[in-house]
Design a protein around this ligand. Structure first.
Ligand code: PLP
Length: 376
């Protein structure tokens, strides 16, 4: 059986976790948390990186920092994970969904401006499959209407847009280190902050509303309750797991990219014959091979393809029931404009196995079975 995902594991994770345990400092902001956040800061050039308990929590932090409140609106795609919307619904705001582009499955930058109202507070680009949204246009709209840009870069670590790392282009960016992502700590994430002026508030929000971070740095002589806040810092044991992969980030990225290219080359003939569609990487975007997907003709064909693959011991999956058609999406959000592609494209997508431990032989086998399904 070729499973859909195996969490990334390089072999040094247990060694680092036992180091964290032996140091008798397993709570948040220990040595491994520092190593990981400094690595991300150096690698991406962001102003500040705070490791968090999830990408969901990093997005919640961004919503608090952007001071999103009741009645505010946040523009985002409907084709995304629930956390993109939840972070703002929790603040009493309304997610305003706009359609996606069929080529990248990202928010259609040309439909955003028409959805802006005087209640709009932020734009939330989601970099689907680690492929960047059209950020120049999004930043231009944000500037013109004085909006925050909060990047859901859950899938986007190591990817770039015109040379700029995803997560660092907007005001805030959120990474995920969930077990399904390119680098993992089980559950975890990071908040990237571009502008220095939000760092102090972010540290307080993340540390239960206290100035404990300043206290540990010796900047204040006691720590106190300063603001509202919550607990968004992960245990150093989780960070130790992540460190084992960040150390090998380039190797992991290169291996994923080679599997991705192999899938692409093997399946390109089917695209040329008009049988299925493959992912599109726009010019100026470098991606991280977070995902390899193919698009079947329609829902019926996809259902048949998924069961054929399963009969052949391959676990392929689909995802994102568009948020605007889900119960909570109908309750809390609204769709602006026409749903030309969101529903239609979401019904065609089929994600093939893609993970660090996947082998080139397995990719050949999977691509062969896809061809067999289409009698190619
Ligand atoms: C995985 C993912 C999230 C949530 O990440 P967690 O770390 O599990 O909270 C949010 N948005 C997108 C697009 C994701 O893929």
């Amino acid at each position: 059986m070729i499973v859909f995902n195996i969490p990334p594991y390089t072999g040094k994770e247990l060694h680092y976790i036992s180091q964290a345990v032996e140091k008798q400092k397993i709570c948040g902001d220990g040595e491994f948390t520092k190593k990981c956040s400094q690595w991300i800061e150096k690698r991406t050039g962001t102003g500040k990186c705070l490791l968090t308990t999830s990408c969901t929590h990093a997005t919640e932090l961004a919503a608090l920092l952007a001071d999103v409140g009741p009645g505010d609106e946040v523009i985002m795609p409907s084709y995304t994970f629930v956390s993109t919307a939840n972070a703002f619904v929790l603040r009493g705001a309304t997610p305003v969904f706009v359609d996606i582009r069929p080529d990248t499955m990202n928010i259609d930058e040309n439909l955003i401006e028409a959805a802006v109202t005087d209640r709009t507070k932020a734009i939330l680009p989601v970099h689907y499959a680690g492929v960047s949204c059209e950020m120049d246009k999004i930043l231009e709209i944000a500037r013109a209407h004085d909006l925050f840009v909060i990047e859901d870069a859950a899938q986007g670590i190591m990817s770039t847009y015109k040379g700029r790392p995803l997560g660092t282009i907007g005001d805030f960016g959120a990474f995920s280190f969930h077990e399904t992502k390119n680098y993992s700590m089980g559950e975890g994430g990071a908040l990237l902050i571009r502008d220095e002026k939000y760092v102090e508030e972010a540290e307080i929000l993340r540390e239960k509303g206290t100035n404990r971070s300043q206290f540990f740095r010796g900047q204040v002589d006691k720590y106190r309750w300063i603001n509202y806040g919550s607990s968004y810092l992960p245990s150093d044991m989780n960070a130790a797991y992540l460190w084992a992969q960040l150390e090998m980030a380039d190797e992991i990225n290169a291996h994923r990219l080679s599997l991705w290219s192999q899938y692409y080359e093997l399946l390109a003939p089917l695209q040329e014959q008009g049988i299925l569609d493959l992912p599109v990487i726009p010019e100026g975007c470098e991606h991280n091979a977070h995902m390899f997907y193919i698009k079947a003709k329609d829902l019926e064909e996809r259902t048949a393809l998924l069961s054929f693959l399963k009969e052949n011991d391959i676990l392929a999956v689909f995802h994102y029931v568009p948020l605007h058609s889900a119960p909570a999406g109908q309750k809390f959000g609204r769709f602006h404009g026409a749903d030309t592609y969101t529903t239609k494209e979401s019904e065609r997508i089929c994600r093939l196995p893609m993970f660090y431990k996947l082998t080139s032989e397995e990719v050949s086998y999977i691509a062969g079975k896809v061809k067999e399904f289409y009698h190619v």
